[in-house]
Design a protein around this ligand. Structure first.
Ligand SMILES: [Zn+2]
Length: 80
């Protein structure tokens, strides 16, 4: 299947289309949220706005390009 980073602007409508889709990427999220999700099993909001349930083995999935982008922007801002 083709991945289009351009088509992921509306992340909130995307989860309605395919419930399994959010599991194909590892996203960045706040650590506290990830910890909480591990306990409750509830989905959390990633850096890119994606609502997803973090996997116990994030290495299984490629990193979400949008999250990576946002994370690096945030990091470079903080380093200034
Ligand atoms: Zn993401």
């Amino acid at each position: 299947m083709m991945e289009s980073t351009e088509a992921t602007q509306e992340v909130e409508s995307e989860i309605l289309l395919d419930e399994g889709d959010h599991d194909r990427f590892s996203h960045y999220a706040r650590k506290a949220d990830i910890v909480e999700s591990a306990v409750t099993g509830k989905p959390i909001v990633a850096l890119c706005g994606k609502v997803w349930v973090p996997d116990r083995n994030p290495d299984r999935f490629p990193l979400c390009p949008r999250c990576k982008d946002l994370y690096e922007q945030k990091k470079s801002r903080e380093n200034k």
